[in-house]
Ligand binder design. Structure first.
Ligand code: AMP
Ligand code: MG
Length: 531
């Protein structure tokens, strides 16, 4: 069974990609380095301009054609006579002298890492080239892994091929899942050696987003008591991304409220597909509520509510089940940083207390947003159209037996759509994922009872469920296969995975193997912070 985009829509969509002739020069010229209203225009308190450090003989590993089209150019540019120029440009190698006011830049920010104040951080290996405006949208282009910056601390400014493949693929996979995320345009490799636990090679991902501002940007100016710059930053974010806040009594309180809602909704999406971010430090929290900074992330295979995807997270601070609370904690850090801007509309007498009171009230919206949004998500995942009191209990009971049985997250929900509301004759595809068949059977009795209150038939329910329960996610072992081949200079698996993950909710019979359980060899795959 397939659903939207139907084949016709898909064909039309694909056709648009061959209608945008462009040249590398034209593309480079369309990247604006400090337009009015851009982050870059905020000036030197916020960023440092510097050229990227060139890499030897860069080559194109992959490109996202949807992203290229959204930026107004044809992805074939990366595959034709200008291939080398494309690779050089997106490696950060200067193709001509950079005019000094058009140099790329690294932004400064600070943050809390693993719950501890870490002080100044910043783009230690990311350089923003500028922004492209296309179809009314302004998007920033950023090279991750383009060399050292003033914020590199002890780091080498590089990113390795392995982690760059993961970031490139997951950015696009999340987008196709419908989950807010920074995007990826291109993945460029070089044989430049990079030392991690062993010697690896360098890669550069071109990331794309309307803004890369993080909670940590606000914490930076707050912690240094630079309230003027804090205000400049907040006004920039409001002007560009939350203009509706300007009309509020307190625009900065309204900003907190908006960011809080987006963050809550984002984390609901993560929980809904079994995604663990891995490093939810406040410097990795987007002010736009995007998934940002893909590191040791992971999609859960066999469900464990306390799954820790980051090998270095020994305390499990960022375990799956803790992500919602961590989001809330991080928002407190943002709230604290915004407090000095709040309360201008209040009488001076008692202002400080009132501001804190109001901010705390707004923080409560996290719970009133997150809870109901998670319930809606779980109802949709269970294929329930109507609401009944015990729905959350039913969902939790499923999670309990999934956890006890380490049932595969993605397959459990996907295969649940095959179950019939009438009898157990079609239970096998989901039931067989549970070692404790009796526990599943007991849950299925409750589930069927619940389905009996729904008017939808099995076919319609399955179709709706398949639109929210993906069949294809970037499982660690799939990324690992692409990484191992890429290390041998074979990039076909990267391209194939990008293709599979383009339609995560569709049946793609030619790619059935990509929807299966992880093979035995994958059980001891570990993903560390090193990237
Ligand atoms: P992360 O945990 O990857 O979000 O990184 C935390 C901070 O360390 C950020 O400021 C990064 O820019 C910086 N960083 C991470 N890796 C490197 C590296 N290899 N070179 C320079 N800076 C880095
Ligand atoms: Mg980061």
């Amino acid at each position: 069974m397939s659903f939207s985009p139907s084949n016709a829509v898909r064909a039309a969509r694909d056709e648009t990609f061959s209608m945008l002739p462009e040249s590398m020069d034209a593309l480079a010229a369309s990247v604006q380095s400090s337009r009015e209203g851009s982050f870059a225009a905020l000036g030197s308190a916020f960023l440092t301009r510097l050229p990227a450090a060139p890499v030897p003989d860069p080559y194109v590993i992959a490109i996202s054609r949807e992203m290229a089209a959204s930026l107004g150019f044809d992805a074939q540019l990366a595959d034709g006579p200008e291939r080398d120029a494309f690779a050089a440009y997106f490696a950060g190698n200067p193709t001509r002298d950079w005019p000094s006011d058009a140099l790329p830049y690294a932004a400064v920010y600070s943050g809390h890492q693993f719950g501890v104040w870490a002080g100044q951080l910043g783009d230690g290996r990311a350089l923003t080239l500028g922004e492209i405006e296309h179809d009314g949208a302004r998007l920033e282009l950023q090279l991750k892994g383009a060399g050292r910056t003033p914020y590199s601390r002890m780091g080498d400014g590089r990113a390795v091929l392995r982690s760059s493949i993961r970031e490139f693929l997951c950015s696009e996979a999340m987008h196709h899942l419908g989950i807010p995320t920074t995007r990826a345009l291109a993945l460029i490799g070089s044989d430049l050696p990079v030392r991690r636990e062993s010697i690896e090679t360098a890669a550069i991902v071109t990331r794309v987003a309307p803004s890369f501002v993080r909670f940590g940007h606000f914490e930076h100016f707050y912690s240094n008591d630079r309230i003027g710059e804090l205000k400049t930053l907040a006004d920039h974010v409001i002007d560009r991304f939350y203009p509706q806040c300007k009309a509020a009594d307190d625009p900065y309180l309204a900003l907190l409220d908006e960011v809080l809602k987006r963050t809550a909704e984002l984390i609901v999406e993560w929980q809904g597909v079994g995604f663990c971010h891995g490093v939810m430090n406040t410097d990795n929290m987007s002010i736009l509520g995007l998934t940002i900074d893909y590191g040791p992330f992971g999609f859960i295979d066999g469900f464990n509510a306390h799954h820790i995807c980051n090998h270095s997270d020994t305390q499990g601070r960022y375990a799956y089940a803790r992500q919602p609370q961590v989001g809330y904690w991080n928002l407190f850090c943002l709230a604290q940083a915004l407090v000095p801007l709040m309360g201008a509309h209040l009488p001076e007498e008692g202002r400080a207390e009132k501001v804190v009171e109001e901010a705390q009230k707004v923080m409560e919206h996290y719970k009133t947003t997150f809870g109901p949004a998670l319930e809606r998500k779980m109802r949709a995942k269970l294929g329930l159209e109507t609401e009944r009191d015990d729905d959350a209990k039913l969902a939790n009971a499923l999670f309990d037996i999934m956890h006890a049985n380490r049932a595969d997250f993605t397959l459990t929900f996907r295969n649940l759509a095959k179950l019939s509301k009438h009898d157990a004759s079609h239970d096998a595809p989901v039931r067989d994922l549970f070692l404790d068949r009796a526990a599943f059977d007991a849950w299925a009795v409750q589930y069927r009872e619940r389905l009996s209150h729904e008017s939808r038939d099995d076919t319609a329910r399955a179709e709706a469920m398949n639109r929210v329960n993906p069949k294809y996610v970037l499982r660690n072992h799939l990324a690992e296969q692409a990484i191992r081949q890429a290390a041998q200079k074979d990039f076909t698996e990267v391209a194939r995975l990008l293709d599979v993950l383009r339609y995560p909710y569709d049946e793609q019979p030619q790619y059935e193997a990509y929807a299966g359980l992880p093979p035995d060899w994958a059980s001891d795959l570990e993903v560390s912070c090193s990237s």
